[in-house]
Write a protein that binds this ligand. Sequence first.
Ligand code: BG6
Length: 464
Amino acid sequence: MTYQFPENFWWGSAASGPQTEGVFAGDNKEQSIWDFWYDAAPQKFFNQVGPDKTSQFYQKYKEDIALMKATGHNSFRTSIQWSRLMANPLTGEVNQTAVAFYNQVIDELIAHHIEPFINLYHFDMPLVLQAKGGWENRDVVELYVQFAKTCFELFGDRVKKWFTHNEPIVPVEGGYLYGWHYPDKVNLKAGIQVLYHEVLASAKAIAVYHSMGLAGEIGIILNLTPTYPRDAQNEADVKAAAFVDGFFNRSFLEPSVKGYFPADMVAWAKGNDLMPQTTTEDLAVISENTVDLLGVNYYQPRRAKAKESVLESRPEGLLPEDFYDVYDMPDKKMNPYRGWEIYEKGIYDTLINLKENYGNIRCFISENGMGVEGEERFVNAQGMIEDDYRIEFVTDHLKWVHQAIQEGSNVQGYHMWTCMDNWSWLNAYKNRYGFIAVDLDNDAKRTIKKSGYWFKTVSDNNGF
Ligand code: BG6
């Protein structure tokens, strides 16, 4: 059977500024929370490898963009680092060296017929703003909007696809619940304030973008994790799964697409003294400024069951897990090279959910991919990584994307995470995801993997 995709389907991959550029490339980059946290607590990072050891996109972007072409990209997403573009994130003073860098990247992509998709926030709060509370502080919302407006003014003549955030639930989880991100707190109420401010910042940036009359569109990138109950006939399990879906998915999906927060989550927050501080004016901004399109990151589903374990009493207060238990389904298929479930149909369920319950919003798969530990063991005699497992992973997911399209889903592209192996937060280089291998011990030398050549044939044929 052949799987043909709609005309002009976006084929490519996603990355982010902080994970690829290199921090100490110099040129007046301000510190972000990652630079600071690595200095303060290097032991938290896998093998103590920090954000200074990236794949050197800052220096090698020309070579990288040529490699994107060689691997079939017609589009590519990265992010502009707030802490690089702004010489002073408090005053809005711009770093001209950074402007020149991002201009060159955008122009190089366009010269290669690769459409730039630009995201404005990928977990990288400037340190001076974190010192003021980061997303906990309402003033930071205005400073973000100033940063976003500067980006639209500088690059909006050529960039036609903008995104306000990548996975905005992750700074909540990472920074306020589970200790993966600075400020490394456990405080659900503060996390919900962060959530609210991120949603507000997104809506305000969308308002500014639309007011500028630029010929492009703007959306948000959400990691939507379809959540399945242990037993679909068991009311308590179904309720637990709905809570998980509400907290981790709908808290962002509903305001982004429909303009309001989910009623069940608002009731839950009110009932547990977790309501953020809001204003009527801000809620009106959220209601009036929804997204033009949606990026969907999909890796694995969540599985939930009714709370069975005893509620922990902890000094820090409640966590989302106090309202459900994780269901560890016994026969699930696992990625043999990292501990995540593989459930290909989840991508289809997510797209059909968007079709049926979110007005069939125009969307694309903005991340999907297979992280592999110790991938060098698959290098062949010619020095190429034979990642047949990744080809199989992407093929199986694309089949379900194709099925969703047959059923009317408005999905318009597929981006894999990621183009070349990159540094990833606390995991550093533990999990390799790229179409292209990076040899960190050899001046970050790039070598296309088997999946990169395969992806080119998929893109060239607009299917497989
Ligand atoms: C995605 C993030 O969710 O997961 C990326 O958007 C991240 O920034 C990727 O790098 C992979 O994460 P990890 O921890 O498996 O390397």
